[in-house]
Structure formats: C-alpha cells, structure tokens
Design a protein around this ligand. Structure first.
Ligand SMILES: Nc1ncnc2c1ncn2[C@@H]1O[C@H](COP(=O)(O)OP(=O)(O)OP(=O)(O)O)[C@@H](O)[C@H]1O
Length: 325
C-alpha cells in the first residue's frame, strides 16, 4: 500500500477547533420489538484520536455506529459528530465523514475501477480512482469485476470508498474481518497513517490485538452498555497479572510464602496478582533463600484479551461496580 496523501491535517475550517470530533451522551436505541440494543452510553473521541469500540456479539457496537453515522435516530441521548447532529444535520456532517459498513453492497457487475469512479462522482473533492485503489493495495485489480473479488479484496474496496472524500472522521465497522494476516497488517498500517495525518477514527473490531496495537483509547461494550473505557494500558492495568512456574518434586506447594495467593495444580503453580512486581520479588527471594529451582517461570501483565473475556463472563456485575464509582 502507498501512503495516503493530501490529508486535511488537523485544521478545521468550520470553527470547532479543539472540540471533540465525536461526543456521545446517554445514548439509547431501542428496536421495534422493544429490545434495547444501546442502553445509555456516553463517550467522546478527540480530534485525531483512534478509538476502538469492542464488545461481545450483539453488544450493540453496530447499533451505536449507525447512530453516529446518522443512519438512525437515537431514542434518547445526544450524538455530535464534528459539532453537529449526524441525523438532523446530515448535510453538514456527511461530506466530512467516511463510512465503511460491515457489509458494503455494491453492484457486482461493475469493475473495481468503475465502482470507485461511480462513488467518486457523488463525492466532492474525491481522490483520483488510482490513488484510492493504491491506498488499499487494489491498483492491480482495477479492471476486475467486483463479483470476482475475494472477500478480503471486497473489504479493501469498501475501505477505498470510505476514504474517497478524504474524510475528517472515519467510521470503520470491522475493517479487517475476512482479511488474511498480511492484509490485516496493511490495513493497520494505512489506518495508522490516516490517524497520523489527523483523521479521527472510530473502529469496531473482534481482533483484540488490533485494538491493542491501534487504539489510543477504547471502550468495551456488553449488553448495550460500556463496561470499561480507557487506553489499552489502563484497561488491562485493572486486571491481575499472572505468574506461573513448576515446583521441584521435593518441594510441596505448602512451603510457598503464605502472602502469595497461589493456586496449585500438582506441581504447576499459578499466582494471579495485581502487584506483579512485588509478588514476583517475594517469590524470587524465597526461591533464592530456600535454594529452590523454579522451572518454566513466566510472569506477565494481563492482556486485552483477558480483560475482554473477563468482561464477557462477568459483564453485568462489572457494569454495576464501574457505574457505582
Ligand atoms: N433491526 C433490528 N431489529 C431488532 N433487533 C436488532 C436489530 N439490529 C440489531 N438488533 C439487536 O440488537 C443487538 C445489538 O446488535 P448489534 O449489531 O448492534 O451488535 P454488535 O455489537 O455490532 O454485534 P456483532 O459483534 O455481532 O456485530 C443484538 O441483540 C441484535 O439482535
């Protein structure tokens, strides 16, 4: 992929300099059958920030994205994108945002280049077709019919279309789903570049590694609510780290210092701790003093995946503790 060019930078000619690019307050969305998919969420995304919305299947990510994109009207609460209501002031917002939906639908008989040209026709200041295709690594596929593209190539075409108007705010709903490992890396690189040029990016993803590596901040949703929000480091810092090792046969687990809350599975020991440096220090001093050789010693902080699985398992309970603060 080539570098994106001609970005709008961090300038804002519309008098909202310094304001949040996206502001969501007490947002609620209830579907016709009475199901509340978005249950009072609030968050904001600063200009030039890359924000990831994570959550279990059915958590309400897409329902939220659609409200931010102005595709539906909230039942309660407010949304501001670049200072405007994306639903009632659609004309003011739409030209300044790029949207990549979960399933882009384009006529499959057109070629890749024809599809881009068609969309460029109704986008003011659109990138040239060649440039848009080069950005997503599809330049060589310009003459191929859309229906002949692989799933991953279609995702890239979706992304090219979202980037056509050099958007200030980019909404990406699972941009790398269906991409192979290389395609995913390329997409990450491109999204990072766009962010570095000042584009505000809101993305949903099921790849926690993607969120961990790309996001400046993220929120994890569960059953229509935001359970935690923060930088990837903040979100994982709240979870316990883990120390694992195997004790020599001659040393029973009962000889470990009592202050270490260890779980033993035969000789395999696991310590879950929020004070990983302290506990590891204590363990190593004890091993040294007792002349015990710890085998397969491994210590690490929590990953975003662990934080996520924890929330998926205990979402309800955690939502209560977070909102109680
Ligand atoms: N048009 C609709 N009518 C009724 N219920 C809907 C509609 N669209 C979505 N829902 C329900 O709202 C909930 C949230 O769906 P949503 O697509 O926002 O979740 P999501 O977090 O994007 O999930 P996924 O990770 O599976 O894409 C789900 O329970 C879904 O069944």
């Amino acid at each position: 992929m080539t570098q994106p060019t001609g970005g709008h930078g961090r300038q804002d000619g519309h008098g909202h300099h310094g304001a949040q690019a996206i502001d969501v307050a007490d947002l609620r969305r209830t579907y016709a059958g009475g199901y509340t998919a978005v249950d009072g969420i609030s968050f904001s995304v600063a200009r030039g920030e890359l924000f990831a919305l994570l959550g279990t299947n059915g958590a309400g990510k897409t329902s939220t994205m659609e409200l931010l994109e102005g595709l539906a009207r909230p039942d309660d609460g407010t949304v501001r994108v670049l200072g405007h209501d994306p639903y009632t002031e659609r004309a003011a917002v739409r030209p300044r945002v790029g949207v990549m939906l979960q399933e882009g639908g384009f006529p499959s008989d057109l070629t890749v280049a024809e599809t881009v040209r068609m969309c460029a026709g109704c986008t003011s200041g659109a990138r040239p077709t060649d440039e848009a295709l080069a950005l997503v690594g599809l330049a060589k596929r310009a003459g191929v019919r859309v229906k002949q593209l692989s799933g991953g190539e279609r995702r890239r075409l979706d992304l090219a279309l979202a980037l056509l108007g050099r958007p200030e705010v980019l909404f990406l709903d699972e941009p790398s789903t269906g991409l192979d490992a290389e395609g995913r890396r390329d997409t990450w690189e491109l999204v990072r570049e766009l962010r570095n040029e000042g584009t505000t990016v809101l993305l949903t993803t099921h790849y926690l590694e993607e969120a961990e590596s790309l996001a400046d901040r993220l929120a994890i949703m569960h059953q229509g609510r935001i359970v935690v929000t923060g930088t990837p480091a903040e979100v994982t810092a709240a979870r316990p780290g883990r120390i694992r090792f195997t004790l020599p046969e001659a040393v029973p687990a009962g000889r470990l210092p009592l202050s270490l809350e260890a779980a033993a599975d035969g000789r395999r020991i696991e310590i879950r701790t929020r004070r990983i440096q302290h506990d590891l220090g204590e363990l190593l001093r004890w091993a040294e003093e007792s002349n015990v050789q710890l085998e397969a010693l491994d210590a690490r902080a929590a990953t975003l995946e662990e934080a996520f699985l924890d929330i998926a398992a205990r979402g309800e309970e955690m939502a209560e503790t977070v909102s109680a603060r």
